[in-house]
Design a protein. Sequence first.
Length: 266
Amino acid sequence: MDAAHGILPIDEHIEEVPGPDGKKIRHRGIYLLPNLFTTAALFSGFYAIVSAMDGNFANASIAIFVAMVLDGLDGRVARMTNTQSAFGAEFDSLSDMVAFGVAPALVVFSWALADLGKVGWVFSFIYLAGAALRLARFNTHIGDETEDKRFFTGLASPSAAGLVAGMVWALSDFGIDGGDISFLVGVLTALAGLLMVSNVRYYSFKDLDLKGRVPFFVILLVVLVFAIISTDPSRILWFIFIAYTVSGPVQALWRWRTKQKVTSEV
């Protein structure tokens, strides 16, 4: 089969992008560097699923955190090297669905929620559906100039995955069996899924300038943060994601109370 019969070769990818004069320009192939990071994140998500099936829940959770790092790098590498593409955006979204949607849902189900039977399925599916809807909503807002880039609408899927995977990792390190607290785990998992599709705003950190110059003490501060995390990575990382998850509702409540106070004074 070939292009003459209506089927392109398997290695053929053609993408049309607008040129400087507004006309469409056809590009063949894909950018390698950012898609390598995305593929590595996808592999980490797959590895997390396989590890959970083998009962290695700590390794599964760590793999999800590795996927988070790789996911954060692929977009920044694409922007810094000017290699953004529609293919890369779609591939990244599919990778995120596996690494931050399917993987955490299956990991937490295998670790704790299987003991709840169908109720455990429901808790896991609420998380999975929340991740899918969150990613779909995010994709529809790509390129929207009216969107405030400083904030996410709803908890981002990597952060929700960090909350769930961090819970599995930290509590496993404590020697806690997920089956002993399965209902509490299910509620937290479902809450993460609901926060992803909520209208609660979260700071995105996208306005941080990583290419500009910073004072020397900033590097020392970064080294100190890494040193602190390395002393007890599972618990400290979980605490960080708990704090970030709570920050959205707390700020929303603070804005609501401020608005109510201003209204009452008027």
